[in-house]
Write a protein that binds this ligand. Structure first.
Ligand SMILES: Cc1ncc(COP(=O)(O)O)c(C=O)c1O
Length: 239
């Protein structure tokens, strides 16, 4: 029997909205559907054969250990390999700086859980990734959208908004930036714009959440340096 549990929901549970993404994705299950509304990876790019080999190899080498509970931060071998990979990309990252999450979405939720008090402000691009915004609002965030121009988040508008909100006594926690192929606008921020956002974050002592799931899917041109790499004051969290 299904009972209504609404009256038992916590404040943050009540703050959660039905996910528009989930609703869109339901329609994508229909065979032959090509949707321009919600993005799914092309299944022919999934490395099924490679994964079969890898799974067989891991089970052969590690056996039961591979299936046992692991540490919360993630498998140390995987974190070590990731740290090495990031160091090759120029980031100063050690295993202690990394945790493994189930995609970027879980990291967005964890960040909100750790850093947000109800009523805190988060500054984000206007428009911005719906799943990120939903993760934040579930914890009582007040969102303030900063208009985008051809180079991404408009930094004059960003600074004006910070002035305005702090003048009203509001607490801003972080700036949420999607610097590479921004979802949904598709814009990639040039380095100067990245640096300017970091400079503003430093000036007003804010965190920056850099959400960059598409950075490595590039067909032409040069990848921009990550904000995590450009930041010298340790205030960028990158996903
Ligand atoms: C900007 C952005 N962040 C995070 C996510 C979620 O990423 P993941 O599938 O790794 O949880 C998406 C997926 O659409 C996204 O576009």
């Amino acid at each position: 029997m299904i009972r209504s549990v609404n009256k038992f929901l916590s404040v943050s549970g009540k703050g959660m909205k039905r996910s528009a993404i989930r609703e869109i994705l339901k329609h994508l299950q229909k065979p032959g559907m090509i949707s321009f509304a919600g993005g799914l990876p092309a299944p022919e790019t999934f490395p099924v054969e490679d994964l079969k080999e890898i799974v067989a190899e891991v089970l052969e080498k590690e056996g039961a250990e591979a299936l046992q509970y692991g540490t919360t931060e993630g498998d140390p071998g995987l974190r070590k390999a990731l740290a090495e990979r990031h160091r090759k990309q120029g980031l100063e990252v050690g295993i202690e700086n990394l945790i493994i999450t189930t995609g970027s979405q879980q990291a967005l939720d964890l960040i909100a859980r750790i850093f947000i008090d109800p009523g805190d402000y988060v500054l984000c691009g206007l428009p911005s990734y719906l799943g990120g915004l939903n993760a934040f609002t579930a914890y009582g965030v007040k969102l303030k959208g900063i208009p985008l121009d051809a180079q991404g988040m408009n930094t004059d508008a960003l600074e004006e908004t910070i002035h305005h909100l702090t003048g009203l006594g509001r607490k801003i926690k972080f700036i949420y930036v999607i610097p590479d192929f921004q979802n949904p606008a598709g814009i990639t921020l040039p380095e100067a714009r990245r640096l300017k956002i970091i400079e503003i974050a430093e000036k007003y002592d804010l965190l920056v959440v850099e959400d960059s799931p598409y950075r490595e899917i590039r067909f032409r041109g040069e990848a921009q340096r990550m904000m995590y790499e450009l930041d010298k004051s340790g205030r960028v969290i990158t996903l």
